[in-house]
Write a protein that binds this ligand. Sequence first.
Ligand code: BGC
Length: 374
Amino acid sequence: MSKTFKGVAVFAAASAMVLAGCSTDRGGSDEESTAGATGGSSDGGVCIEEGAAIGVALPQKTSENWVLAEELFNDGLTEAGFTPIVQFGNSGVTEQQNQISAMIEQDAQVIVVGAIDGSQLGSQLEAAKDSGASVIAYDRLVLNTEAVDAYIAFDNFRVGELQGEALLQGLAERKGDGPYTIELIAGSPDDANATPFFEGAMSILQPKIDDGTLTVGSGQTTFEQVATAGWQAQNAQTRMDTIMSGTYSGDTELHGILSPNDTLARAALTSVDQAGKDVPVITGQDSEVESVKSIVEGVQYSTIYKDTRELVAQTIASIEELAACGEIPVNDTEQYDNGVKVVPAYLLDPKIVTQENAAEVYANDATLGPLTEG
Ligand code: BGC
């Protein structure tokens, strides 16, 4: 994986920068924009037209956030006067590639892409740029291509750090003094987010493994060993089943599990439950309804709140900037090297959620807030 991370939330201190976004013609104009304060260069976009088609290529429905994004993009883009084409690549990479090509055919002037496989979209996105469209990587970075103008996401490395910290905090709260035995789960290797999630978490956990506070019972500690193909719950559960019968068949206790998201956390909890073991401290991400209920009940320890409304709103605001011949706002120009360029990014701030602060964090969320009452 070609990403570089600084391990600090550089964005927090950075003032908003903007990416020059507009030339006045569509269709491969030579007029290039500059990259403003980014210090890099970007082709930027073009002044997009009123009512323009906007393509939004989403991955599979591997978590609730993607399903919500579909609705929010359709409503928000329509309300802003654009014509949305929002599609899921449910059957995989080839379908997503074909969808992007079809969006270009339909003269989409911006392509927003939540990649299934961040390294497999180069030629489609290059074609999009050649047609004069702007390309925004949404939530997941696209890799090894120049054909991406900006990345809009929650800070992935920070998500991992928060998960690592929550695991340590939960172990101290619920499992006594330690040392503790844990297992690690990571996301899908084709998703560019899975590595920073894992690296962020390991930046917190590795020192505790090194000093003996934590032991990984199965001995599986590398990303390759702990990754979950396709973010599929069944894959995580099968791996955990094997670990439970191999490592935890006797009296050995499993105190904690690093899980990168809620779907996989629930799968791992099922496996542990079926093995007849106590509920371990387990992390998650996405604030999925079932997991939020579980946190309120004191079962799953933590999740991460990445408010999809905020992410979609930031993306639509960027498209509106392009429509006004303006520039895509960015606040980080260092962290997201996609292999061939550092992609200027707008990073939003993820929040950790536990039983203790759930009511406060979800206070303004009409779906999740009520789950924390009474
Ligand atoms: C997203 C996570 C999500 C995962 C699986 C990642 O790219 O950032 O929020 O849990 O995909 O859908």
